[in-house]
Design a protein around this ligand. Sequence first.
Ligand code: HEC
Ligand code: HEC
Ligand code: HEC
Ligand code: HEC
Ligand code: HEC
Length: 267
Amino acid sequence: MGNFFPRWTNWLPLKLAVAAGFIVFGASLAVPYYFTPKYTRVGYEPTQPVPFSHKVHAGQLGLDCRYCHSFVENSSHANVPTNQTCFNCHGAGKGNIKSASPKLELVMKANETGKPIEWIKVHKAPDYVYFNHSAHLNRGISCQNCHGQINEMEVVKHAEPQSMGWCLDCHRNPELKLRPLDQVTNLNYKPEQLDRSTFYQSLLGKGVKADEIAGVIAEGKTAAGLKDLLALADTTYGKTVTQLEVGTQLKKHWQVQPPDSCTACHR
Ligand code: HEC
Ligand code: HEC
Ligand code: HEC
Ligand code: HEC
Ligand code: HEC
């Protein structure tokens, strides 16, 4: 009889035990990380006291997010508007849009009593997390990156996990998300809609040297001016502007460096 089990199999039980230990340990980290509550919170869509539609107001009517969420660019907190904002259009005065509609009954009543409408919160970071809206919006991150396509939602729902891993994914690769500042509340923004010439012109206009821009497009390249840059971008990225093209330039020249130290988000 030959030796059925080669010598190394003596170690097999030990190896299996060690591997199992690692798997259990790994899973115990992975389960809370990926499944509770971060992933299950995606899709959370509470019924609000008033059937307010972002699809109508921000989508069809094209109101800018900041018309209602007026502090979002200047404050850590994104405010929900007061009744007064609704009354600009739905009030009994000049606007008077649908003021007799049953869907607006609560809004009308709230205005008489002066009590705010009790909107149900959709997004909530735990108290031990420090988060600041303006620090993101003023650096070229859009509402869309963190809240999804709100302008198409009849009812707001939690579109992104907003977990620690999710924050860090972007902090480590912000070039995949950065966009020009005037586009942060344009939820339909696509980099391919940008005019390449205008984009590079705006960087040059801010005093960035053509050589520095060229070096970001392709390692070691130089450029005398806009014309060279456009030619270089065409050969590197193709005919249309890409996210990486915009993102790597903005990251470099705005010196965007999102923190990943624990104390940045847990103070
Ligand atoms: C006409 C006013 C108005 C405009 C314009 C508006 N919002 Fe809102 N928004 C509200 C109101 C009222 C609520 C609270 C009720 C709800 O959740 O629908 C809200 C809630 C939200 C929430 C959820 C808040 C929470 O509880 O977590 C997000 C996110 C949001 N808005 C993003 C946006 C974005 C992005 C835009 C621009 C595309 C925008 N809003 C435009 C009025 C507005
Ligand atoms: C800039 C003007 C404007 C503002 C501000 C505004 N709305 Fe509206 N709202 C409209 C228009 C226009 C419609 C669509 C009316 C239609 O369907 O003909 C509408 C429709 C609605 C409807 C549906 C009414 C129905 O019977 O179909 C509700 C509910 C509503 N708005 C709530 C709100 C609330 C709550 C706020 C404040 C957070 C608000 N609106 C702020 C202009 C506005
Ligand atoms: C970098 C990610 C990020 C961006 C960009 C962002 N948000 Fe938020 N938003 C969050 C997080 C995280 C929360 C939960 C914050 C908390 O609980 O303190 C939140 C909460 C909110 C709330 C609820 C506030 C409350 O207390 O009820 C509103 C409204 C809101 N965001 C609107 C916006 C709008 C409008 C924009 C764009 C102009 C925007 N956000 C951009 C991540 C983001
Ligand atoms: C889509 C990309 C993106 C996401 C998602 C994101 N961040 Fe950021 N964050 C940035 C960028 C860009 C900056 C700006 C860095 C700079 O100014 O150099 C930043 C800066 C910060 C800062 C430093 C500025 C300050 O306010 O002190 C903190 C803290 C922070 N983020 C926390 C968070 C937390 C918490 C989350 C998740 C809830 C989050 N971020 C999600 C891109 C993102
Ligand atoms: C970019 C922001 C950011 C950074 C940097 C960060 N965290 Fe967090 N952390 C968060 C957010 C957001 C949550 C809340 C997650 C949630 O609610 O899903 C969190 C949750 C936690 C939790 C709670 C455990 C859990 O899964 O609910 C611990 C523990 C933690 N962080 C430790 C750390 C440590 C240690 C570091 C440094 C290595 C760190 N964090 C760096 C944003 C951050």
